[in-house]
Design a binder for this molecule. Sequence first.
Ligand code: NOJ
Length: 553
Amino acid sequence: MKINKSWWKEAVVYQVYPRSFKDSNADGIGDLKGITSKLDYLQNLGIDVIWLSPHFKSPNVDNGYDISDYQSIMEDFGTMEDFNEMLSEIHQRGMKLIIDLVVNHSSDEHFWFQESRKSKDNPYRDFYIWKPNQPNDWISFFSGSAWDLDEITNEYYLHLFVKKQPDLNWENPVLRQEIYKMMKFWLDKGVNGFRMDVISLISKDLNYPNFPEDRFGDLSFYANGPKVHDYLQEMNQEVLSKYDCMTVGEAFGVSAEQANLYVGKERKELNMIYHFDHAVPRDENCFIDPKPEFTLTELKQIFSKWDVATGNDGWNTVYFGNHDNARMLSRFGDINQYFQESAKMLATVLLTLRGTPYLYQGDEIGMSNANFQEVSAYNDVQVLNAYKTLVETQKHNKEAFLAACNKIARDHARTPMQWNSAQNAGFSTAEKTWLKVNQNYQKINVEAQEKDENSVLNYYKKMIQLRKNTPALIYGEYQDLRPDCNNIWLYTRTYEGEKILVMNNFTNQNQEFEIDFLINTKELLLANLENENDVFNQKFVLKPYESRVYLVW
Ligand code: NOJ
């Protein structure tokens, strides 16, 4: 089968959450100049593409995912000049930049909404979704009704997120053209593509039905609306196809079966999407009744399902963490006894599966959950709203709520980047940072790991290089050799006669197994523990959280 090659299939992507990456002006908030000062670090790590979470003007109710001006920079982060400088420095280092496109909703402080709410016949009225009465029982992702009464015109507007994030009306062609114009503005500047926020939600069912009886509160009901593909094809035709850019859609509520409707070659919509099948559930109940973490078998099934579904027609993404999930090491590793081993094992998996890998800032040094003791330590509107509803109003147990937050809250992934062992982990010289620094920074930080040849950071560097130098790790067919095993993730990647065998122990016990295809000889390419390269043996014993990558033939 002929495989289409693309730079974005070969790229290693790194997500920067600007608020928490590096503060250059001592206000306790990360900024663009801070990012620019750390580009050598990212280049050294081997990163090809930086995905920057929103950097636009915003009142920051949802940390920039509520944009009040798509063409200016959030004051906390700097100026357009700082942006231009950052972009040019990224390009000079041979890296690329994709930015967040947040167009399911805007901020209520956006000029469009300010106009829209003024009167029923305002030219911007139809930029948003207004109804004389609340048409259905929809609820917001962040607690409460998804409809809010605006007193000026006495009508309701839709907001699938908080009420300061009104949903844009994609039915309106004038709005769509405005969005395409704005996208061109950034692409013409030299930006290399977009990560598209909740793009699966932009088309609404115009009947505005209630939740089906057996699905009340199932937020995926909002996804894959009737015109989503028309809109994405139009966007592709009018904007994306005119540039050599990369696109990745946040595909909340999209199933593996639906994936290639978004990313199939002939569809002319997006390059990739990322799914939520292995993400922490995000409905309100998760804070009183957190679901048990995925087992390894479940994870493997999810991955295989998406690998098969996207196949050679589409393309997959691989991620285990981002700014909306708890830290991947706290979820799938062992932060105490096997910190190094499990962090490196997760790096191995992330960088050897088929699909473009997305690293989330700090994961490359093994940052873990924050362990906050009080609700006041959290900043995220999702936790704060859930607390009001569940604990203050519905009187659920506060300790249980906090315990759930300590497992799944998004702020765990948003604590400042740990650069060194100085004050505030070298993130900022301010007295107070916008979110508390994780107290393990004395032990876990970039500077210490740069000096230590065996660190998690140096392992990531090696793993990234190995991926880049091994076509089978990029394009190779994926085969899970033990789909039903809950202890090891064992697979091959095969491409043009090259076979890579990857083994990962997800437990704190030794795991013994035999490979059932004949290995004539093998070469150990990378491992997270010292071991002998026993060339002929078919039998393996992996120590706790051990990973090995072999070339076999
Ligand atoms: C998904 C983003 O990743 C998340 O951080 C945000 O809260 C929602 N979309 C709303 O924009």
